[in-house]
Write a protein that binds this ligand. Structure first.
Ligand code: AMP
Ligand code: MG
Length: 425
């Protein structure tokens, strides 16, 4: 087995680079694709290029209710006659006669000859309804092009608006709808085996006996897998015996990605690494200088089945330390980027941001720490503070947190008021 002294472990940066490079290689072989109805595309990964089927906007469009005019003609000194009206949905009209304006509504095509739209709030009206005239209110002026989006300014017909690998959210669905796409080609979701191990674990529905706890991590990881674009495949709990682990791994390795929780520390019942070794795993790292999550294991198993969505010849596997906060942090740091690559996603995590610390944080140097923290995003600059916790088994603390404060490996003190990194879920 690998040398487990802390000095022999990879730093967080080294492990993260390694995982990013693995994800990059994985991403070269594209997953299988399927077609879904547009509405069902939300949360999926696009497997096609989306082209603009026409110019966007398809006509010069007014962005205001007001009057289409020539910027050179309109002023606060001279009244111009209102000679026509265009509403949203009307065909492009015109031409606009000289020294005249045209009433126009938001979203309507600008009449030919007009080069600006003056807002209704910025004009004075004179005359009767039959012969209305307007002028700019002083000291307003207007420039050519104002309040008009030129035809094709957003996108030209035939332009690639989205490319394969894009995450499909509400905005991407709106864009696809605007191009008339009733269906989208998306990548198949990678199936992620979630195998929790431990003699103390019982199913959620069971009443834990003395010394037992419920298996909360499988449900948590299933939610994280789903959020990251994977299809969770929760396996029955494996026991801390070689036989149970061997049988469980033999089945679970048919997945596209294998996540095992527990049993990777240095204790007597930590049998996962030897079991993976028996299954033929190649290890990339066994332990990283992070807290929580230090014993995390990353390796790969040779492929045996053809059920996987990619034509890889190996299945990546991660052994996540059993404490739920450790499992969550190591999932975000190391499993999520691999899963994103398997899902065909261009943007791959982990995602970091910055926030202002409201209290000082002391730490012992030597490990990069990812500590449960609560960040408020309501102020212009987000503010973050640690949540009180009883260590990495503290589910209640994790549920009070909404991010993890990053304490760099060489830090002893992060001062109150300083800007700090946060890992986002
Ligand atoms: P291990 O990594 O197996 O040594 O487990 C570390 C701690 O996490 C122990 O207190 C376990 O009881 C706990 N733990 C392990 N697996 C789970 C799980 N699936 N759900 C909740 N707690 C767990
Ligand atoms: Mg265990």
């Amino acid at each position: 087995m690998a040398d487990r002294s802390t000095d022999a472990l990879l730093s967080y940066a080294q492990a993260a680079d390694f995982v990013a490079a693995s994800a990059q290689r994985l991403a070269r072989s594209r997953p299988a694709t399927e077609r879904v109805k547009l509405a069902a595309g939300a949360g999926r990964i696009l497997a096609q290029t989306l082209y603009a089927d026409s110019d966007q906007p398809p006509f010069a469009r007014s962005t205001r209710d007001g009057y289409a005019c020539r910027a050179a003609e309109i002023s606060s000194h001279r009244l111009l006659a209102v000679t026509g009206a265009t509403r949203a949905g009307d065909a492009p009209s015109g031409p606009l006669p000289r020294h005249a304006v045209w009433e126009i509504m938001t979203g309507a095509p600008v009449p030919r000859g007009a080069d600006a739209v003056v807002m209704i709030e910025h004009v004075e009206r004179a005359g009767t309804t039959a012969e209305t005239a307007i002028r700019l209110v002083s000291p307003r002026t207007i420039k050519k092009g104002e309040n008009i989006v030129a035809r094709g300014a957003q996108a030209r017909k035939g332009a690639a608006l989205l490319t394969a690998g894009a995450h499909i959210g509400a905005a991407q669905i709106a864009l696809a709808a605007s191009c008339g796409a009733r269906e989208l080609a998306v990548y198949a979701r990678p199936r992620v085996a979630i195998l929790s191990t431990g003699d103390e674990l019982v199913a959620i529905a069971a009443k834990p006996g003395p010394g037992q706890i419920r298996n909360s991590s499988s449900a948590m990881l299933a939610a994280m897998v789903r959020a990251a674009g994977g299809e969770p495949w929760i396996r029955p709990i494996a026991r801390d015996t070689a036989k149970s682990l061997d049988a469980a791994i033999a089945r679970a390795r048919e997945a596209d990605l294998l996540l095992i929780t527990g049993g990777v520390s240095a204790g007597k019942s930590d049998l996962v690494e030897p079991a993976l070794a028996r299954a033929g795993a190649r290890f990339h790292f066994t332990g990283v200088r992070i807290q929580p999550g230090k014993p995390v294991v990353f390796g790969e198993l040779r492929r045996r089945s053809t059920k996987q969505i990619q034509s890889q010849n190996s299945t990546k596997c991660l052994g996540l330390p059993g404490n739920p906060v450790s499992s969550a942090v190591t999932f975000l740091l190391f499993a999520a980027p691999i899963l994103a690559a398997l899902a065909g996603r261009i943007d791959r995590g982990p995602r970091f941001a910055q926030a202002r610390l409201t209290e000082e944080v002391k730490a012992r140097p030597g490990l990069t720490r990812f500590l449960p923290a609560a960040c408020t995003f309501t102020a212009p600059v987000p503010e973050v503070a640690l949540v009180q916790w009883q260590g990495s088994g503290d589910l209640a603390a994790m549920a009070r947190a909404n991010c993890y404060l990053v304490v760099p490996e060489d830090s002893q003190l992060l001062e109150a008021g300083a800007t700090a990194g946060i890992l986002l879920p």
